[in-house]
Design a protein around this ligand. Structure first.
Ligand SMILES: Cc1ncc(C[n+]2csc(CCOP(=O)(O)OP(=O)(O)O)c2C)c(N)n1
Ligand SMILES: [Mg+2]
Length: 274
């Protein structure tokens, strides 16, 4: 419970001072990416020990249906009666760009997948960002239907598994390869000739380049080729640990401070006159 958008700031204080807790932020696309966008990117770059669940329904639900930073271009809402003009954020791309060490995506109605992703997030030391595609049956119904309908999902969803070739579709007939000319990732029909070129998913690689390219595969209109699962899971020093090490060093060098004495005490500065 905190002010709209500010959960990562409150949670940073909590996670750094109460290291016995597992601290989870539950947020929305409006909360995390509009009013709270700044707090979100700095929590990610600091790698605070937080788990952030970003429920993305591509709308402001609570305030009754205004467009959000993940709404598609041209979305007609009460606040955009002629269609929204803004290009949307891709939260997974944004998180990877903000130096996040753990970035995943899952879907609200797929309990098995959601559970597996949340367990991996829980085990991650540092900030874990999990985007959860969520329906809003009142203000944005059917937002992710292409990923939920059994038949359509086969073509639309790419289930990433670390160490496995990135294949999907009926009979795993499609795969992701790197285009040698551009270095970008593309989807191709798998044939005996190109089977060995299908990319093997490596969530643990330090470079964010391929995870970012994977996050860009989805077509924003049809949602075809939407990767779900853990895109990136890497290790970097955790902010809480570093901060507490500094505090220990400060105590060693200067002794333990007394906050109430500092607040109620004398001036901590001197004004020199010449
Ligand atoms: C400081 C502040 N500004 C604005 C609001 C109004 N407000 C409440 S929820 C919300 C947006 C919610 O959108 P999202 O985070 O996507 O959550 P959803 O309701 O869709 O789950 C806004 C603008 C507020 N409560 N507090
Ligand atoms: Mg929302």
């Amino acid at each position: 419970h905190s002010i709209h958008g500010r959960a990562p700031a409150i949670a940073t204080g909590l996670a750094t001072s109460r290291r016995d807790l597992s601290v989870w932020v539950v947020t929305g696309d409006g909360d995390a990416l509009s009013i709270g966008g700044n707090h979100l990117i700095h929590a990610l770059r600091r790698n605070v020990n937080l788990k952030i669940l970003l429920f993305n329904n591509r709308i402001y639900g609570l305030t009754k249906g205004q467009y959000s930073p993940t709404s598609e271009v041209g979305k007609i809402t009460k606040s955009t009666p002629m269609g929204s003009l803004d290009a949307p954020f891709n939260p997974v791309s944004l998180a990877i760009g903000a130096e996040a060490t753990f970035v995943a995506r899952t879907v609200d109605s797929d309990r098995k997948h959601l559970t597996s992703v949340l367990r991996q997030a829980a085990d991650h030391p540092g900030t874990a960002l999990v985007e959860i595609y969520q329906n809003c049956n009142i203000f944005n119904d059917g937002a992710f239907e292409a990923l939920k309908d059994k038949e359509r999902a086969q073509e639309a969803v790419i289930r990433l598994e670390h160490g496995q070739p990135i294949r999907f579709g009926a009979d795993n007939s499609k795969g992701v390869v790197r285009d040698p000319a551009t270095g970008d990732l593309t989807v191709v029909p798998v044939t005996p000739d190109n089977e060995h070129q299908i990319l093997i998913h490596d969530a643990h690689t330090t470079s964010p380049t391929t995870a970012f390219a994977l996050s860009r595969l989805a077509d924003p209109d049809t949602l075809h080729h939407t990767p779900i699962g853990v895109l990136r899971s890497t290790r970097r020093p955790v902010y809480d640990t570093l901060m507490n090490e500094q505090l220990d060093t400060a105590v060693e060098q200067h002794g333990k401070g007394d906050l109430s004495q500092l607040l109620a005490g004398n001036d901590t500065w001197t004004v020199e006159t010449s």
